[in-house]
Write a protein that binds this ligand. Structure first.
Ligand code: WTA
Length: 567
C-alpha cells in the first residue's frame, strides 16, 4: 500500500493539519527546520541511524548519523553566531555537493539566518547579481571557489565574512576571509535554536526571470509542512528508505527534497558528488542499495542513451520507487523505465516559487505516460484562458497553469521585489508561467513555457541575463538569445550576435565568446551555438523579436510579424 492511499479519498478529506500533527507542530509554536531535521530525530531515539552517506569524486566516503548531523549543524551554527551573524541575515552557501553544504544549510537555519544556496559552477557575474540583491552578510565556500568571491568583493560591502571550509592553514587568508574546519572544531553539544515561527524567512533561492535580473524566491520555516507531506505522499518516502536525490542544493529540488523533507522524515540519504556517467550512477544505486530515487528527465534521457545492456551489469533490485522533476518527462522515458527498472518514473511538477510538489503522479494512481499527473491533495490547480484569465469551461484546451496560492511552502515574496511578486497573480490565481491542458479525468499535460525562459537540462536560464553578459564582450554589438532543441538537454542556449565594426566572425571569436559567458555566468548559460548575423529582427520600436528566431530554431510557424521593422 502506498503512503498516499486512494487519491480521491485523500483529496476529499485533506487538511495540512495531517502533517502538522505528524510533526507535533501546533499553530503558533516555534518551528525551525534545522531542529526538525536533526534534534527531533535524535529525541525520537534515532540518533545512531545513518542520515547521510556521502561520496566525493575522488572516491572518498563519509558517513554521518543523525547525531553527527545534529552536532555538525550546531557547530556551524555556533561558529556563525560567534562571527556575529544574526537571525534574518543572508548566508550564502557556495560549494560543491560536499557535506558542509548540507550541514551548513541546517546550521544557518538553526540560528534563524536565511540560507542562500548558489550553484558552485556560477561565474563571478552570476554570483555578484545574487549576492548584491540579497545583501548577503557571509559566504561559506571552498578554497577553489574563493577566487570568484574575491574578484567581486569590492563591490559587495555587505559581505562581512567569507568562511573557507577546507583551508589548509598555510595559505594567507585574504580580506574578510576566515578558516573553519568541521573536522578540527570541537563539536557543539548544545546550541540555542533560534525560536523561528511559521512565517520566519528560511531559504532564498534565486530563479531566472524573462526580463530583469534573477529574483530571490523567499521561503519560510512553515514550508516544512508541505515539503514533509509531499515527500511522504508524492515521493512515497518512508523512514526506512535509502534515498537518493540527484539534484544539487543550488536548486530548489536539492533543498526541499535533498535536505529538508528527507531529514525531517528521518530517512538515510545518499549523496554522490561526482559528474554524470551511467556506470557510476548504477554502481551507486547498487552499492548503497538505494530504494527511492528522485531524478530528472535529462539524466533519464542520458541513461536511455547509454543503453539497456549496461543496466543488466548491476544489481538494482533494491529500487522500490522512482520519480522525476524539472522538465517534461517524455512518455518514451516512462515506458523505458518500466522496461529496464520494472517500474515507471513518476513525474512531478513544481517550481522554486511553489517550494514543493504541486502536481504529480502518485503511487497507486494510474500513470499516463507523458502527463504531469494531478494536483496534490489540498492544491487547487487549473488552466486559464489566457485572454479572459478564467478557467476554461471545457477540458482539453491549452491554457496557463494557475494555482490557488494557499499551501504552506508557497514563496512569500521575491526578495526586495514585491512588485514582481504581485505581477504573478491574475484574478486571484497564481500564474506559474507554464502552459498545459487538462484531460477529462483531471490529468495535466504540459505544453511548454509561456515566456522566453530556457529550460536546459532542468535548469532555467534567462535570455536576458545571457544577452546582458554578451554585451560586455568587446566584439558584441547586439544579441538575441533563444533556446534550440537538444536530444538530451531538451533545450540548449543559442545566441544570435551582431558584431561591432572592426570585428569579423570566426571560429576563434565564437569560442572566445562562449568561454566568456561560461566564466561570467555558468556552463549551463553558455551558448552551445553562436550565429553571427548582419542584423536582428526588431519591432518598429526597436525591440528585438526573440520570437521570430525561436520559431526558426524549432521549425515553427513564425506567426504575426506585422510589427516588424523591415517588412
Ligand atoms: C519546469 C524546479 C514539465 C516548468 C522544481 C516549471 C516542468 C519550471 C516539470 C520550474 C515537469 C518543472 N514537467 N516542466 N514535471 N517540473 N518543470 O523553478 O517550466 O527550477 O515552471 O523548479 O521547470 O523550475 P524551477
Amino acid at each position: 500500500m502506498s503512503n498516499i492511499g486512494p487519491y480521491d479519498e485523500r483529496v476529499k478529506n485533506f487538511s495540512w493539519t495531517i502533517a502538522e500533527k505528524e510533526l507535533g507542530y501546533k499553530p503558533g509554536d516555534v518551528i525551525n527546520i534545522g531542529w526538525y531535521c536533526t534534534d527531533r530525530i535524535c529525541e525520537q531515539g534515532k540518533g545512531s541511524k545513518v542520515a547521510l552517506h556521502w561520496e566525493g569524486h575522488t572516491g572518498v566516503e563519509k558517513t554521518y548519523t543523525y547525531n553527527d548531523i545534529r552536532l555538525a549543524s550546531n557547530t556551524i551554527g555556533a561558529f556563525l553566531r560567534g562571527l556575529g551573524v544574526k537571525d534574518g541575515e543572508r548566508v550564502c552557501l557556495f560549494m560543491d555537493k560536499i557535506p558542509e553544504l548540507y550541514l551548513g544549510f541546517l546550521g544557518i537555519l538553526k540560528i534563524g539566518a536565511i540560507a542562500q544556496p548558489l550553484f558552485s559552477a556560477f561565474g563571478d557575474e552570476s554570483l555578484f547579481v545574487r549576492l548584491s540583491n540579497a545583501e548577503t552578510s557571509a559566504v561559506i565556500t571552498q578554497k577553489k571557489h574563493a577566487p570568484k568571491v574575491r574578484k567581486i568583493l569590492e563591490k559587495l560591502p555587505h559581505i562581512r565574512h567569507i568562511i573557507i571550509v577546507d583551508h589548509d592553514g598555510v595559505a594567507p587568508l585574504k580580506d574578510r576571509e576566515v578558516a573553519f574546519s568541521l573536522q578540527k572544531s570541537v563539536p557543539v553539544e548544545h546550541l540555542d535554536i533560534h525560536p523561528t515561527k511559521a512565517e520566519s524567512a528560511s531559504v532564498l533561492h534565486y530563479t531566472s526571470g524573462t526580463t530583469g535580473m534573477p529574483k530571490g524566491v523567499q521561503h519560510v520555516h512553515y514550508s516544512l509542512i508541505s515539503q514533509y507531506l509531499t515527500a511522504k505522499w508524492a515521493l512515497d518516502l518512508r523512514e526506512d528508505d535509502i534515498y537518493w536525490c540527484t539534484a544539487d542544493p543550488g536548486w530548489v529540488t536539492g533543498t526541499s527534497y535533498g535536505i529538508i523533507a528527507p531529514f525531517a522524515i528521518g530517512v538515510t540519504q545518499c549523496v554522490l558528488d561526482a559528474g554524470f556517467s551511467a556506470e557510476a550512477w548504477y554502481k551507486w544505486i547498487e552499492k548503497r542499495r538505494v530504494t527511492m530515487w528522485y531524478s530528472a528527465p535529462t539524466a533519464i534521457r542520458s541513461l536511455m542513451k547509454a543503453g539497456d545492456e549496461i543496466v543488466k551489469k548491476f544489481d538494482l533490485s533494491s529500487l522500490r520507487h522512482l520519480a522525476s522533476v524539472g522538465e517534461p518527462l517524455n512518455s518514451e522515458a516512462v515506458v523505458w523505465s518500466q522496461k529496464v527498472f520494472g517500474m515507471p518514473f513518476y513525474d512531478t511538477y513544481w517550481q522554486t516559487e511553489t517550494g514543493s510538489i504541486v502536481i504529480g503522479n502518485y503511487p497507486g494512481m494510474e500513470v499516463r505516460p507523458g502527463s504531469m499527473g494531478k494536483p496534490f491533495p489540498g492544491i487547487t490547480g487549473t488552466v486559464l484562458d489566457p485572454v479572459k484569465s478564467e478557467p476554461y469551461a471545457a477540458h482539453g484546451r491549452i491554457g496557463l497553469v494557475a494555482l490557488k496560492f494557499d499551501w504552506p511552502s508557497r514563496m512569500r515574496t521575491y526578495w526586495n521585489n514585491e512588485e514582481a511578486f504581485q505581477k504573478k497573480f491574475r484574478n486571484g490565481w497564481y500564474i506559474t508561467g507554464d502552459r498545459s491542458k487538462i484531460d477529462k479525468d483531471g490529468y495535466f499535460w504540459f505544453a511548454g513555457r509561456d515566456d522566453d525562459i530556457i529550460n536546459t537540462a532542468g535548469h532555467l536560464v534567462s535570455p536576458f541575463e545571457v544577452e546582458s553578459a554578451l554585451l560586455e564582450h568587446p566584439a558584441v554589438a547586439e544579441s538575441a538569445v533563444v533556446s534550440k532543441p537538444d536530444p538530451i538537454n531538451l533545450e540548449v542556449v543559442k545566441a544570435f550576435v551582431t558584431l561591432k565594426p572592426g570585428f569579423t566572425a570566426s571560429k576563434d571569436l565564437d569560442l572566445e565568446i562562449m568561454n566568456f559567458i561560461r566564466k561570467k555566468l555558468s556552463p549551463l548559460a553558455m551558448p552551445q551555438e553562436i550565429e553571427f548575423v548582419p542584423s536582428l529582427p526588431k519591432t518598429r520600436s526597436g525591440k528585438i523579436m526573440r520570437r521570430i528566431l525561436h520559431a526558426k530554431e524549432w521549425g515553427e510557424e513564425i506567426g504575426d510579424t506585422s510589427t516588424l521593422e523591415n517588412d
